[in-house]
Design a binder for this molecule. Sequence first.
Ligand SMILES: CC(C)(COP(=O)(O)OP(=O)(O)OC[C@H]1O[C@@H](n2cnc3c(N)ncnc32)[C@H](O)[C@@H]1OP(=O)(O)O)[C@@H](O)C(=O)NCCC(=O)NCCS
Length: 199
Amino acid sequence: MKVKIIPLDRQDRKHRRQAAELLLENPELWPAMEIARAVISTLLAPNRVCLCALDEKDRLVGIVGGLPDYDGIVWELHPLVVKKVDRGHGIGRRLVRSLEKEAAARGAITVILGTDDLDGSTSLADVDLYDNLGGRIANIVCRKQHSYEFYIKCGYSIIGVIPDANGIGKPDILMGKRVAKKQIGRKTPLKSLPGGKTE
Ligand SMILES: CC(C)(COP(=O)(O)OP(=O)(O)OC[C@H]1O[C@@H](n2cnc3c(N)ncnc32)[C@H](O)[C@@H]1OP(=O)(O)O)[C@@H](O)C(=O)NCCC(=O)NCCS
């Protein structure tokens, strides 16, 4: 499926309407048109990034937002939605990649996101996350389809969990990825110590 990914134009009323309608396809997250419209307006604030995927007929089929934090070093990816009928064609992955490129171009080192487990889709739900959290993250099991698997495929790692973020036993799974091209390393060379050891 051929799509192009471009910034959502705040002056383009058709695409803005289609973006709000796209959010409305997920009423568990955006239950009303006025909420969806308000979210789109927020995404178009000057310090944010809002990219959309347009199909060959200029229909908006996907959207991704990004918000800077930590002085722009870390960007949060939110939201990410692809039109239901157009899922499974790589649009989600391309939107994530485009957002990463845009964030990196603006100085980001890291992109983070949260993906909720509301219905026990993963082994991080309905357990005591204050007990052996590291082990639970390392041994996560996906019981039903969950979007954390999508983000793993996009190169993200689980970097933490907010326990009970959506009620008891319903955590938010935090994920992150380094998007800066340069590796982070020591700026000064290591000092040699007697015996060939380094500091
Ligand atoms: C998650 C979402 C954006 C994926 O979009 P998409 O265009 O269907 O994804 P892609 O086609 O790029 O998929 C890339 C890979 O991830 C997999 N994948 C896609 N959605 C997935 C999901 N929900 N769970 C697990 N794996 C998923 C695909 O099978 C594909 O795997 P492959 O490369 O092995 O074939 C889309 O399902 C969506 O809009 N969901 C509703 C909103 C949502 O959950 N957003 C994320 C919440 S934080």
